[in-house]
Design a protein around this ligand. Structure first.
Ligand code: SF4
Length: 227
């Protein structure tokens, strides 16, 4: 059984104005494998991060949950903090109790507090299952396969859909466009023929025709893995 630590952030009043962080910390602290449960006003501040580092060192924590904002804000911050104490960074997870809890339940404090506990409990379960990981480098090339570009390939289209807008930044990239022909025949795909497809390539910031591959009558036999 891993020894886990939970750190609950107030974010000033962003979280603590709605969620009763003290009672959450107390409740989470009663879970068997939680060796340390505490709250702090700004967990991403230097003193907040130091709280995490100290607890890892003093309690010998083997996994960490930081209950705070979206992982897009500070997941890296906290993963760096745990790594500085020799913990694998992927044993640190974020429980989002701000955007997914306090901000959307501002008039329901009891509900928000219960929900914060549940979010932390489910994140704890993830940390229990987590394994140490190492980042790897993977060789890439400048080829892009676009799936679902049916309207993209239309020369009559006056306004571009969102996917096409993204493609417009791929200047100089080898481009394969695959369109789904029929939803009644899943996995059957085909490429738009050149008369339709070529103008589209030119609209992609003059990507040369030679940089676009045309493959007709494609049919997938099986799909393995996922992105
Ligand atoms: S970690 Fe996130 S929730 Fe906590 S103080 Fe910083 S920004 Fe606010």
């Amino acid at each position: 059984m891993k020894k886990l630590g939970v750190f609950i952030c107030h974010c000033g009043v962003n979280i603590a104005g709605t969620v009763d962080v003290k009672s959450v910390a107390e409740k989470i602290g009663k879970i068997g494998d939680v060796a340390h449960s505490t709250d702090y006003i700004y967990m991403c501040s230097d003193p907040g991060q130091q709280t995490i580092r100290d607890a890892i060192r003093e309690k010998g924590l083997e996994g960490v949950v930081v209950a705070c904002c979206s992982p897009s804000m500070h997941e890296n911050t906290f993963r760096k903090a745990v790594r500085s104490q020799g913990m694998n960074p992927y044993l640190c997870e974020i429980a989002n109790i701000r955007e997914q809890c306090s901000w959307v339940h501002q008039k329901e404090k009891d509900t928000a507090t219960k929900k914060a506990v549940e979010i932390i409990q489910s994140t704890l379960e993830k940390v229990r299952q987590n394994e140490s990981l190492e980042a790897i480098a993977v060789a890439i090339n400048r080829r892009v396969l676009v799936i679902g570009g049916g309207s993209l390939a239309s020369p009559r289209l006056s306004t571009w859909p969102r996917g096409a807008m993204r493609l417009s930044s791929l200047k100089g990239t080898l481009l394969w466009v695959v369109t789904w022909r029929s939803f009644s025949r899943p996995f059957q795909i085909s490429i738009q023929p050149w008369p339709v497809f070529s103008p589209t390539c030119q609209r992609l910031k003059n990507t040369p025709r030679s940089a676009c591959a045309v493959m007709q009558n494609w049919k997938t036999s099986r799909v393995r893995g996922q992105f």
